[in-house]
Each structure stands twice: as structure tokens, then as C-alpha cells.
Design a protein around this ligand. Structure first.
Ligand SMILES: [Zn+2]
Ligand SMILES: [Zn+2]
Length: 259
């Protein structure tokens, strides 16, 4: 298995260490055919990307692509703001992006106090509590993911269930229905081996492997994915950005065409 396109890399425009050009050079050195720059959405009070930088980022992606000869896309890792599934990327900015990723993060500006209590504090407490996440919290988190996938043209759900506990199979079924991919994140382990096996066996969802690199040296890192594939039987044909293949992202592209 060889990772050939990394769709999730961060730069200094959020809280990555490298700039766009450095990420592209690193990707080229690792033999990738392309990367996507996917910094955090604006609801992150400190690290979120600001609309005013998007044109500059796009130009830097084009320049980095010319310089390295690999594809350099501009995406965004949107934050999910609450039970409605609303994200922090405005439709008016969609034309600036090539693909749309979304993940649930803590320490962001949620859509209100109840959302903060549940998604932020609720998940944080359930993580340290001996009892683990309650059924009610899991059901609510599942709804958050599902509403996000249904209501926004998301190409990739990032690090599903990382510090947020949902019914992963239900989320994956929704991804399958809508044509959204589930990320195998190589920065952190975010699902148990059993959960991965269930996603493979009980759904037909497709996957992409992404580094979630916050430093240039990690661009294209696939170590955790390789280890996962040793333990869990994930058919390689369901992982769409390896061995020279590319996923056929349609959701965001189709949506933009209709705008
Ligand atoms: Zn993330
Ligand atoms: Zn990320």
C-alpha cells in the first residue's frame, strides 16, 4: 500500500508549522502526486482561517504546484458547530475551495451554550469519567455528524470519533448514502479495530488515508494506516487515495456547480 495523495495537511494559516510551498515540497519528496491544504475553519478563535486570506492561499497553492509539478489543492477542515450540523465555512467562500472536509473539534466557538455544553464540555467530561460516554451523548453526537453530512456537501469526515463518541456505523451509512468519504487519520488513532471492521463489514463506505500533518515532515505519513491494515481487514479497493488512485469527490464539486 502506497499513499499517493494526502488530502489533509495544515500550514501556518491555521496552526501548522510549514507554509504551503514547504508542504508541497515535502509531498513531492515523498513521491505523492498531490496534496490538499486543509486548514481549520473560522470558528477556531485563534487558528481558524480568515476569509481575507483565501485568495492569497489559492495563489500560493498554484505557485507551489507550478514549482513542484504536483497537484496542490485548497480545501478547508470545517468545524461542526452544533446539533444542526452547521459548519463554519460560508457558502459565499465555496468557490475558493477545491474540496470540503469537516470534523468535530473542541475549543471552538460553538453555535450556542447548549452546543458547547454537549459537544465541548459533555465529550470532555465523558472522556475523563470512569463510566465513559452515556448512550444519550453518543446518540446526540451521532445526530451531529449525520446532520452535518446531510446538510453540507462534505467530501471527507476527518478523524471520526476522535474524543467525540458516536455510533460510527450509523455515521458511515450516512456517508455511504451521500458520497462522503471517511478518513483514516494517521496522526491519531480515532476508532477501535472493532469499529473499523464494523465499518468495512456493515457499510459500503469508502475511505481515504490522510496525515493531518501539522508539520512538513509529516506530510504523506501513512505509518498508522499501515499498522491498521495489519490488524484489520480493510479491502484496499475501498481506500481511494493509494497506489496511484484518486477519489472521485463529487459532492462539493456538484454543489458548487449549482450555486
Ligand atoms: Zn481536525
Ligand atoms: Zn486537521
Amino acid at each position: 500500500m502506497r499513499l499517493t495523495f494526502d488530502y489533509h495537511t495544515h500550514t501556518v494559516y491555521s496552526h501548522g508549522k510549514g507554509n504551503i510551498e514547504e508542504n508541497a515540497v515535502s509531498a513531492k519528496e515523498k513521491g505523492l502526486s498531490g496534496i490538499c491544504i486543509s486548514d481549520h475553519g473560522a470558528a477556531h478563535p485563534i487558528f481558524g482561517i480568515r476569509s481575507r486570506y483565501l485568495d492569497k492561499m489559492k495563489q500560493e497553492c498554484q505557485q507551489a504546484s507550478r514549482q513542484t509539478g504536483i497537484e496542490v489543492l485548497l480545501g478547508v477542515e470545517a468545524n461542526v458547530l452544533g446539533i444542526s450540523g452547521k459548519i463554519d465555512v460560508k457558502e459565499q467562500d465555496y468557490d475558493k475551495f477545491d474540496c470540503l472536509l469537516a470534523g468535530i473539534h473542541r475549543f471552538i466557538l460553538y453555535d450556542g451554550i447548549p452546543e458547547w455544553l454537549s459537544l465541548g464540555a459533555g465529550n470532555m467530561f465523558s472522556q475523563i469519567s470512569k463510566k465513559g460516554p452515556s448512550q444519550k451523548l453518543k446518540e446526540r453526537n451521532t445526530k451531529v455528524y449525520i446532520n452535518c453530512i446531510k446538510n453540507n456537501p462534505i467530501d471527507i469526515i476527518t478523524h471520526l470519533n476522535y474524543l467525540v463518541f458516536s455510533n460510527a456505523v450509523e455515521v458511515a451509512k450516512c456517508c455511504e448514502d451521500y458520497g462522503t468519504y471517511i478518513e483514516i487519520n494517521t496522526k491519531k488513532v480515532h476508532l477501535s479495530d472493532q469499529e473499523w471492521q464494523d465499518l468495512v463489514d456493515k457499510t459500503n463506505v469508502n475511505f481515504v488515508i490522510n496525515s493531518d500533518a501539522h508539520s512538513t515532515d509529516r506530510v504523506g505519513d501513512d505509518k498508522l494506516a499501515k499498522e491498521l491494515l495489519q490488524r484489520v481487514n480493510i479491502p484496499l479497493e475501498r481506500i481511494k487515495n493509494i497506489n496511484g488512485n484518486k477519489p472521485n469527490f463529487l459532492r462539493f464539486a456538484d454543489f458548487k456547480e449549482k450555486l
